[in-house]
Every structure is written in C-alpha cells, then in structure tokens.
Design a binder for this molecule. Structure first.
Ligand SMILES: [Zn+2]
Length: 546
C-alpha cells in the first residue's frame, strides 16, 4: 500500500517536475556566500522533542544533523508564544525590542469595542477585530534579515510562506516579494497582491486532498512506546491518534502531517517558479511549518500523534530538500522553532512529574477581578487578560487611588495562590537591568525583561509554577500548551546545514536572536545600526563572523 506520506512526498516532487529543468551539479564552495537562504521554523518543536527523536530521523532532519547542531537554542524570553518567537528568528532582537510581546495584548485605548489587539493585525482598519483581523506587519518594530538584504541590494528576493499569518509576517518583515499564509481554507496574502500560479496550483491540490477522507496513517515501530490512551475527561482521551480524517475537515487537516506537506510544497514551488537561488544576489525564503504546534495543542507532545507527526515531517523535509537539490541552487538552511511545548499534565503525572496540573479557574483575571471589585466596592471589571502565564491589565476606567488599591489586592491574592510562582509589576520589570550571563541561568525577572515592552505589556506579570497548564478543562478544544518562562517552552534546536559544511555539535546555550547575525555573516552582509541583541556564531564555512 502506498502510504499517505509517500503520496505527499511524490506530490511535492511532481510539482517540482512541472517547473524544474534537469538537475544541475552542486556548486557549493563554502568560502563564498550561498545564493539562497532557507529558514524553517517548526512551530512548537522543543529541544526536548528534538532530543527524544533525533536518533530515529532518516529524512530532512537527518540531513540537518550532518551540519552544525546547536541542541540548546533558546527563545530566551518569558513570553514563549508564536508571535514573539517568530519575531526573534530573523530580526536578531528579543521581543522587548521587536515590540511583539505576546500573540495578543490589551489596548484599553483602542478605538473599537474589542480591546484585544492581535500581534499581526492593523487594528486601525475599520472592521478589524482581534479574532477577524486585517493582517499587517505594523506592530513589528524592527527590520528582518530579508529587509536588510534588500536594502543592501534591491535585486534580493524575499519570500515568506507559513501555516500561520503571524509566522509569515514576523519572519518576512516589511519588504517582501511574496508572503503567503494559510487562512484556514487556502493560502492567501495581503489584499493588494496578485496570486502567482504556484499558489493557485497549490491551493487547488490542497483543496482536492482535503475533499477526500484520510485513512489512518502508518505508525513507525519507534512510536509504539508512546501509543497508549490517556484519559483527559470522561469524554476524551489522547495518545493513540492516527490522523484519520473525514472528507472536508479543515480543523483535522491543520492538525496533521498533511498540513506541513502542503506548506513545504508551496515553499518548494515558490523556489522553483521564482528561480530563487539563481538571481544576481542571495535570496531568502522563510517557511513556517505550523502542524507540529496544532498537533501538540490537540493531542499533547508525548503520544503516538506527535511521534507520527515528526516522522512525517522528517520525510516531507527530506522531499523538500530533494527538490532544492534538483534546482541546483547553492542553499544554506537554518531550522529552529518559535517556542517549545509541554505535554498534557495527565500523562506527565504518569511520566514522573507529580507537580503537573491544570490551572485553577480562580486564576483568570475576570474571576480574580470580580472578587477584588466586590471587596473594594467598585462596579465594573477591574482586571483583563487570560489565565496567566503572562500579562494582566488593570482597568484605566478606575481613578489613580482605585488602580493602586486593585494592584495591591491583585498582587497579594495572586502571590497567595499555590499555583503561582511569581508576580512582577510593570515598574519592577522596567527598572530591572537587561538580561546578562548565560541564557540558561537567567532569572524569571530577566526573562520577563526580555519580552517587556511598555507600549503593549500588562500592568502585572503573573507566572505560574512549572508544569501548570493554563487550560483548566481539556474537554473541549486544546488540551496542552506552551507560553511559560520555563526551559521546556524556551529551549529549541537550532540547526545549520549547507553542502560541504563540516559536521559539528555545540552543547552551549545560544539564542534564536543569534540566527540573524550568523546568517548575515554567511552572506557577508554587515549589520548596520540598530545594534541587535544577538551575536554572530562561527559556523566554520569559510564565511567568518566580522
Ligand atoms: Zn507557535
């Protein structure tokens, strides 16, 4: 039987064959800049998952393991969410400087009913809301590598493709030749952009695939130890899924290996159609492979589902690199992640983590705020935000004295709750020094500082204790998540590969903000002001750090 994976792989190759000429000889000479930079972000791919499965990879991950491996990269900040994480990868700046301090923040002065603002929206567009938004790059305050390359040489092409708009926008930046994301039904872009043939072709192929039901996928032998049911509630269990899907289910498609195959197929098609890597200057494409995140949120990270997802991603990445080889482009790859992840607490407790728990609903700012308002005799809501890990806002409708009283009450009440690790005020974080020293030794306050921005951050920052999942009830919707300041959410692999690069592994902690200055050195691009937070890493390719 032909497995679904090989069908995906062969469809990528078939797509490739429609464009590609005969395979050219590789011309990589590591003392010269590569002609194409390929940046891949695997959403929610923790260093823990990488470590757990690296010995089993035989496809694209196996190729990357023959390059320069940093198993301990860090999204060093506290706000380990998708938007902040992607904003660090190609900017060289931590979220305190990119301005992207969360996926969503509260702007109580926003001139609309919905006071929540999405990181990649333009809230000034009439009709845009945080859940049905107009996609925009306006909240990203710093340039990306692609923008810097274009400023140095306008012949550069900058392309960004992702399963999420925020991944595509935060890695692509403000000056892009092509930028496409999955909107839940198709790959789309800004309203003003024409649809290239490769996007239309990919959308048609993906729509045809979704219209068909999906049979249960094969499970590699090495996934068997993960394959057992873990009950989460009387109605629901996880751990034994195979990604079978009824015809037309967009939600199940998105949380399955087929989604990453589609994203990588579009990336490969873009490289072929635009002849990236064959222009007068070095081109760059960023690809946000989002399925791992949806699989983690839907099933947790330690079941058969994640194992099958990563096995298939390995194969899809292998097919993707095969297509790139066929184009003859001299390309350099970096693969990393926007944040790590945490398993469902129900399985973590079985796996030797008795502290794992689901958050008490009393932690929700709305619930906490109601009690505080009653005590202080205030009418109307006083606290805003989601169940932390992260920001809590105090109502600006209150007078200064009331705000002070609400803040004091909230700090005392949060600190008294057994699931809370720490509470900081915005003033405390703002007054604290920039993080310094090895990234693995930062304090909670230093991590908070790295994703604090006075324009968007909350009045209070509340951190839950390790392994407390801020999803009180897993019965409906997501069952597991990330977003904490702990290393299971901060630590991600950073893998560099180019043909001819000597294999090397460096166990020291580095940061995802180091990727941008490192890639800049690989193409001989000086980093002009503003100075970035990251530092250049020497990759022994003949293109040294300045
Ligand atoms: Zn993410």
């Amino acid at each position: 039987m032909k497995s679904p994976v090989s069908i995906i792989a062969s469809s990528i190759l078939a797509l490739a064959a429609t464009i590609a000429g005969p395979a050219a000889a590789q011309t990589a000479t590591p003392a010269t800049p590569p002609k194409l930079i390929v940046v891949i972000s695997v959403d929610q791919f923790s260093a823990d998952l990488f470590q757990e499965y690296r010995g089993h990879f035989t496809g694209g991950f196996a190729r990357l393991l023959t390059g320069t491996v940093f198993p301990s990269g860090y999204q060093s900040h506290a706000a380990t969410e998708t938007c902040p994480g992607h904003s660090t990868i190609l900017s060289g700046f931590r979220p305190e400087h990119t301005g992207i301090i969360a996926n969503n923040w509260i702007d109580q002065k926003a001139p609309r009913t919905d006071k929540q603002v999405y990181c990649a929206e333009d809230e000034s567009v009439p009709g845009s809301t945080s859940s049905s938004y107009t996609v925009s790059d306006k909240h990203l305050l710093v340039p990306t590598l692609g923008e810097r390359m274009k400023a140095a040489n306008p012949a550069n092409r900058v392309v960004s493709v992702a399963g999420k708009d925020r991944a595509a926008v935060m890695m692509g930046g403000h000056r892009v030749d092509e930028l496409w994301w999955w909107d839940g039904k198709a790959f789309v872009s800004y309203a003003s952009r024409a649809t290239p043939a490769v996007v239309a072709r990919t959308n048609a192929a993906v729509a045809a695939r979704i219209a068909q039901p999906e049979a249960a996928m094969d499970e590699p032998d090495w996934c068997a130890s993960h394959d057992h049911a873990v009950p989460l509630s009387p109605e629901k269990s996880v751990g034994t899924g195979r990604f079978e899907r009824e015809a037309g289910s967009m939600t199940k498609f998105r949380a399955s290996p087929a989604f990453d195959a589609a994203i990588l197929a579009l990336g490969a098609g873009m490289i072929q159609d635009m002849k990236l890597g064959h222009g007068p200057a070095t081109d760059i494409i960023s690809i946000g492979a989002s399925a791992t995140d949806y699989v983690g949120h839907t099933y947790g990270t330690e079941g058969a589902e994640m194992c099958i997802q990563l096995a298939n991603l390995d194969r899809s990445l292998g097919s993707f690199f095969d297509v790139l080889d066929q184009t003859g482009a001299d390309y350099e790859v970096v693969l990393t992640a926007d944040h790590g992840g945490n398993d469902v607490p129900e399985r973590e407790r079985d796996n030797g983590l008795p502290e794992a728990a689901r958050a008490d609903v009393a932690l929700a700012p709305a619930n906490m705020g109601r009690e505080i308002a009653a005590k202080l005799g205030i009418t109307g809501p006083v606290l805003f935000g989601d169940i932390p890990n992260g920001d809590v806002w105090i109502s600006i409708a209150l007078d200064a004295k009331q705000r002070k009283a609400v803040q004091a009450e909230a700090i005392a009440r949060y600190k008294a709750m057994p699931q809370v690790a720490a509470v900081f005020t915005a003033a405390q974080i703002a007054a604290s020094p920039e993080p310094k020293g090895p990234v693995e030794t930062w304090t909670l306050l230093e991590k908070a500082r790295a994703s604090y921005n006075p324009a968007h951050s909350g009045d209070l920052l509340v951190f839950l204790k390790p392994r407390v999942t801020p999803i009180p009830d897993p019965t409906h919707g997501y069952v597991a998540t990330h977003g904490s300041p702990y290393n299971y959410d901060r630590r991600v692999p950073i893998l560099f590969w180019r043909k001819g690069m000597a294999a090397a592994e460096h166990p020291n902690g580095i940061e995802t903000v180091d990727i941008m200055p490192t890639l800049a050195a690989q193409i001989g691009l000086p980093i002009a002001a503003p100075r970035v937070d990251g530092k250049c890493l020497d990759l022994a390719t003949g293109m040294p750090c300045p």
